[in-house]
Ligand binder design. Structure first.
Ligand code: SAM
Ligand code: DTB
Ligand code: SF4
Length: 331
């Protein structure tokens, strides 16, 4: 028996490759059985009642050459987000200090780039070294990376690299056309080879089907190694983006909270060792919905009052929710 068995029994041996059919069967379980199974897997592999806190900072906003249909920072979007230059390292370090004081253990720096340019690398490496020196875990998301860039970032002390596959291989082309699914896999390979931890997930509620959600989780679990960290975002529908506008016209496409929890649970069971991060979209999720996500195996969030270009339910709201649920921040 393995963690995909209906009883969720313990198995000390390595997990067998998870098939699409097995993930589909999880989605078909009665909701309470699925959440109970996911919780059993969760507490076997992770500390109970503990949620890791990360803080995001946009270090280079807007004007991105990619056409990701969900993103306010794409040059193709009419979101009103203006293109800015890479911010200076002192500003980054000040924000990281504040994040640490607010209880975050990881600081994630995001740039609206297709990929970093050679001339940007010295400043990026300086940021990594200085944030790391504060005693924080470091994470960056800068678009595609070459093998050499990944090696240089790892050498400077970058712990995690976030690069999402975003959705199923089949639905991918409906969302992004300027870089391929394979491009993403290539960058993930460079990150893993450089020795950094891989943070890779995607977005739910972009009009994809349940079959796409199953294929998305299957693609993550079938990577050469499952990601160390899996961010699950609910689409934040931003006016002026293709998907934000599409959702405004068809509100029913928005991800149902119960289906979101099912996806968290299926992620937990198929990737038992990974940290599952409840990421963008938390602001429009009820407290009860978030509590169910934690029950189903989510054990990380973005705190603070901002994501990249949108606001976040962080700070006091998170502290109040943690107190209500008896959760503690973990490292
Ligand atoms: N430019 C880099 C890249 O795309 O790899 C890094 C930044 S990008 C904003 C990081 C991730 O944020 C995307 O891959 C996507 O999964 C998520 N994201 C962006 N906009 C979002 C939105 N409106 N709603 C939910 N998630 C979003
Ligand atoms: C991820 O998967 N979600 C974060 C992080 N990785 C970089 C970004 C969410 C962005 C939400 C939309 C915005 O604020 O622009
Ligand atoms: Fe650019 Fe990243 Fe936004 Fe895509 S998600 S448009 S790559 S900033």
């Amino acid at each position: 028996m393995n963690d995909l068995s209906p009883m969720g029994a313990t198995c000390a041996a390595p997990l067998p490759e998870v098939s699409r059919e097995a993930i589909a069967a999880l989605f078909e379980l009665p909701f309470l059985d699925l959440v109970a199974q996911a919780h059993a897997v969760h507490i076997r592999h992770h500390p109970r009642n503990a949620v890791q806190l990360s803080t995001l900072l946009s270090i280079k906003t807007g004007g991105c050459a990619e056409d990701c249909g969900y993103c306010s920072q794409s040059a193709f979007a009419k979101s009103g987000v203006k293109a800015e230059k890479l911010i200076d390292a002192d500003t980054v370090v000040a924000a990281a200090r504040e994040a640490k004081a607010g209880g975050s253990s990881r600081f994630c720096m995001g740039a609206a780039w297709r990929e970093p340019k050679v001339r940007d690398m010295p400043a990026l490496l300086d940021m990594v070294r200085r944030v790391k020196a504060l005693g924080l875990e470091t994470c960056m998301t800068l678009g595609m990376l070459s093998g050499d860039q990944a090696d240089a970032l790892a050498e400077a002390g970058l712990d995690y690299y976030n690069h999402n596959i975003d959705t199923s291989p089949d639905y991918y082309d409906r969302v992004i056309t300027t870089r391929s699914f394979q491009d993403r896999l290539d960058t993930l390979d460079h990150v893993r080879r450089a020795g950094m931890a891989v943070c890779c997930g995607g977005i739910l509620g972009m009009g994809e089907t349940r079959e796409d959600r199953i294929a998305f989780l299957h693609a993550l679990a079938a990577l050469p190694e499952p990601p160390d960290s899996v961010p699950l975002n609910a689409l934040v529908p931003i006016p002026g983006t293709v998907l934000g506008d599409m959702l405004a016209d068809t509100p029913l496409a928005r991800i149902d909270e119960i289906e979101f929890v099912r996806t968290v649970a299926a992620a937990r069971i198929t990737m038992p060792h990974s940290v599952v991060r409840l990421s963008a979209g938390r602001e429009s999720m009820s407290e009860a919905g978030q509590a169910l996500c934690f029950m189903a195996g989510a054990n990380s969030i973005f705190t603070g009052d901002r994501l990249l270009t949108t606001s976040n339910k962080g700070g006091d709201a998170d502290a109040a929710l943690f107190a209500k649920l008896g959760l503690a921040p973990s490292s």
